[in-house]
Write a protein of this length. Sequence first.
Length: 766
Amino acid sequence: MGLMKHENKKDTTKVSFLKNKWIIPFFCIVFFIFILSLRLLSDLDLGFHLNAGRWIMENMSFPGKDTFTFTANQNDYVDLHWLFQVTIYLLYSVVSYKGLSIFVALLSMVLLFLLVRRNYLLNVPLYFSCILLFVGFIIMEPRIVLHPEMFTFIFITLILFVLDNYYHRKIKQLFLLPILMIFWCNMHSLFILGFALSVAYFISIYFRDKKFDKYFFTWMIFSFAVCLINPYFIKGFTFPLELFTRFDSNNIYNQHIKEFKSFIQLDHFAAKDFLFIIFSIATILFTLITIKKRKLHEIILLVIFLYLALIGIRNIPLFIIIALPIFGSSLKEIIDSLKKKKNYKKFHWIKPLTFYLLIIIPLAFVFRLFTNSYYYSNESYYKTGIGIDAYQQPDNASTFILKNNLKGKILNSIGFGGWLEWRTHQPVFIDGRLEVMKEGLYNEVVESWNNGLPGIIEKYKPDLIIYNYFKYYPWINQIVELPEWKLIYLDGVSVVFARKNISSNIPEADLSALPTKYNLPENIDEQEIVRIISEEPSSKLKLWIQGFYQNTDFSNRNLLNIASVCLQLKQYKTAEKFFIEVLRKSHGSEKFIYYALAEIYKSSSDYEKEKICLLKILKFDPKNKTASASLLQLQNSPTDTVKTKPTNDNITNAKIYFNSGNQKFQNGDFEGALKDYNKAIELNPNYFKAYNNRGILKASELKKDEEALKDFNKAIEINPDYADAYLGRGTSKYNLKDTKGACEDWNKAANLGNTRALQQIEKYCH
């Protein structure tokens, strides 16, 4: 009879769902989540997923070896994502990229619906569901992309729904488990989490009923067994275990790819990270308060998935999905107990206030999503819209390659590999399938950032180099030292270098013409430049308010990227035009531009503007020693000082000796390398790279760290922002037992973008 009453009560609630007054904020939150999920396609894995789907359909088979790169074509390719890849490729063939954007939003709606249904099954009130869904999707937002992971979220929720039905209502639908698992194991490698879900519930039922549930056990084992039905059989079944190595702090992927990093290792927390902390603490606290009413499987799953969330930030959505109904149930039980207390009525205003806030806040956020200020203010590269995000994918560079019929092996940054192989149909150096690429190849990429690029070019002999120059900035200076290569294409996302022998009919990119191409003013009055660099930035409150009605101009990021690469290539006039344009459009809010402009004005002896930039830097970064020293030097030096510069011939000859020294260094001719570095410095006393490399040689091979320190100091004196010199000086200090000084230098190198310094800090500074 008790069960009958329970079921009748549920039926009454079901009928009244649409009459529930909380349906209004609920639909406001649904609308917000739909717009939050409707974004331009920017996931860097999308290209290789589409490419694999195309390959499977064209060949009517499953890949066993890598066929998309020229570096890993002998490596095994266990493609457990094949069903996802075929699905999105077929969808793309029908609805194009715009349809794929809408598909992501629809998947998000499916997940939302399932989470609501599960909360409803567990008697979580709709107003709790509204709050939890709003907060939960904000936290999960970075992983709402066209990725097989989206199906994992859905499969987890579906399996939990089936298990909850069996646990709470004795509804025997466990035959659905193997059906769900067979789809899941061919969609995404995280199907192994389905085992954890089933085992947790099986243990919980065993301790509740004090008996072995044969029915559950049979379907659980069957659901495990069907996962062998994949194109790779045992290898596919055990493959997920290999992926867990990425969460080891000693794994190179973990050290360099943010999504694998531990949550507690993040450099700084964004708003969604603070929300996750609050959500996690509240979940644990409410669970402990209601521990007597909690089910064993809830405790087991909270422990497992909170652990996963803490060791890798990409796992945070998994914890949110598991915790949402537990949080809701615990909170309901706490409030139900508070209702019995006399003082409870004093807080009657909270519920009506929450009602209106859950209407106003999501709708307000929608405005910020439409203007894209929601993402821009959170330093996110996502954008509301449908189709391809040309600000993230190297689509324009791919079009340039196809238009000019450029063929050959492509050396690329890892994030671009998938898109390049999909669009150009040509072999690439590396892509995002980390399990195929293996750590050894990625380690070569890491080493290439520290003067190792010529070695990779010599080893793999690529014909084209296409990469994200903002992330792989150390490549630029290495490539321009190689006479057989030329820059043929540059946009706000990527650059294309080609061997001169295969691109003889394509002119070298004219950087001085870029301002005209991007509609920048040809000439800016000097007084106007001084006004722009002196302008006080808009207040944060004003910018925040503007975010509700004024569209975010993402072209600023493109202009910034172009300015940065021009600065690296010593095209100071062109770089200045781009930096000034960004400052003008952002009203001085892009603070780090002042560092670049200070360098530009220092090189051209424009002391007035350099001083303005240095003062700006010290205003928002008062402890900046480099800016303080430069400003002091300016104040103590006459403004008409003429700097002695080496002649153009000497600079050219110095580069020749420098490159010769590098080659001899690599070949083990250390004495010859030392002589060439000495000659390069003699010809160009300001050649900071020569000082740096001579310091590396003295420290690593000649074991003369005291002398090496002098070279590193000189390199830093000439260029205070040269990260490699801080790295080398730190190493020499460490060799000389000055650990504190070493760590300070490595931290400086890391702040300037040197990734190897992070490894040194991890090893020696904790």
